[in-house]
Design a protein around this ligand. Structure first.
Ligand code: FO1
Length: 307
């Protein structure tokens, strides 16, 4: 069964990793949000892409979910000592990917080509694709004005109140090479438990499913909100500030007519009856590697029964 997973950072990477433990590598393509990308300290940084690649390569930091395991922080400590910005924690190992990506981008290589080469170097089996090779930049409109995503998320720790989002460059961003082909060959599309507003929406806007795949295979979403809280990141806070009660139900409504099935956590079982499409109620909290594979297996089983 050929699966395309749409993913943001940590939650998306975990489910993608679970899927990678079950599916043959040629049957899994992960399309990753690049709206969080930014330029910092002269480097081109693609946090979600790196989180997915590190996770699939077994190199990720298990505690934070982002960055590298066994990390040290000498370079960024020196940047601070010299008076530079240290609010975005770039570890010594992690710096290697940003240096090499920036070098290659400056030579004119595309983000998708660079990602393919990095994945090959790390022995990552599934295909990992940026949603686009064109620059898309998520801007968070807040009560303190517009903020680039990482400025809002990391520097300001999501403190300003959210008013809305826009994705600069999205109108002209083409899907990266391989994205349309993967979608057209897919037996199912999984929206990973990533932030619907800032991780999945930009991907959906770039790939334009209605025109790319007029007769799409089953699309299933896994809720990133469990018991009204996000496992990681600001999705629940965003919903609340936009006047929507944060819940798995709100996530199901967010995706509206797109879905054929919806996966929510056992703690939210009572919401099941309010969701007018087939649902799977299961443990969606991925605390360890086994949880990732177990959830992936359950989602694949659910999809097979939908078809
Ligand atoms: N997230 C943080 O909360 N603080 C950081 O200092 C930070 C550094 C960082 C470095 C490299 C990288 O690939 C990701 C990093 N992240 C950090 C995570 C990242 O900014 C966000 O999790 C995503 O953009 C949201 O999906």
């Amino acid at each position: 069964m050929k699966i395309v997973a749409l993913a943001g950072g940590v939650g998306g990477a975990k489910l993608a990793h679970g899927l990678a433990q079950i599916l043959p590598p040629e049957d899994l393509t992960v399309i990753v949000n690049t709206g969080d990308d930014f330029e910092h300290l002269g480097l081109s940084i693609s946090p979600d892409l790196d989180t997915v690649c590190y996770t699939l390569a077994g190199l990720a930091n298990f505690e934070t979910g982002w960055g590298r395991a066994d990390e040290s922080w000498n370079a960024i400590a020196n940047v601070k000592k010299l008076g530079g910005p240290n609010w975005f924690n770039l570890g010594d190992r992690d710096l290697g990917i940003h240096l090499e990506r920036t070098r290659r981008l400056k030579l004119g290589q595309s983000l998708s080509q660079i990602t393919r080469d990095f994945c090959q170097a790390w022995g990552v089996g599934p295909t990992v694709l940026p949603m686009s090779d064109g620059a898309v930049r998520t801007i968070v409109s807040t009560d303190e004005g517009d903020l680039p995503f990482q400025e809002y998320f990391v520097h300001r720790r999501c403190e300003p109140k959210v008013r809305g989002f826009r994705f600069e460059g999205i109108e002209t961003a083409e899907p990266a090479p391989g994205v349309v082909e993967a979608l057209q060959a897919a037996d199912a599309i999984i929206l990973c438990p990533s932030n619907p507003w800032v991780s999945i929406d930009p991907i959906l806007q770039v790939i334009q499913l209605q025109s790319t795949v007029p007769h799409p295979p089953p699309i299933v979403a896994v809720s990133p909100i469990i018991g009204g809280q996000t496992v990681k990141g600001p999705a629940a806070k965003m919903y609340a500030e936009l006047g929507i009660e944060p819940s798995a139900l709100a996530v199901a409504r967010h995706y509206q007519n797109l879905l054929r099935g919806f996966v929510l956590d056992t703690v939210d079982a009572e919401l099941q009856e309010k969701i007018p499409i087939p649902t799977l109620v299961t443990n969606t909290l991925m605390k360890d590697l086994t949880d990732r594979a177990t959830l992936a297996q359950a989602v694949l089983h659910f999809i097979r029964n939908l078809s």
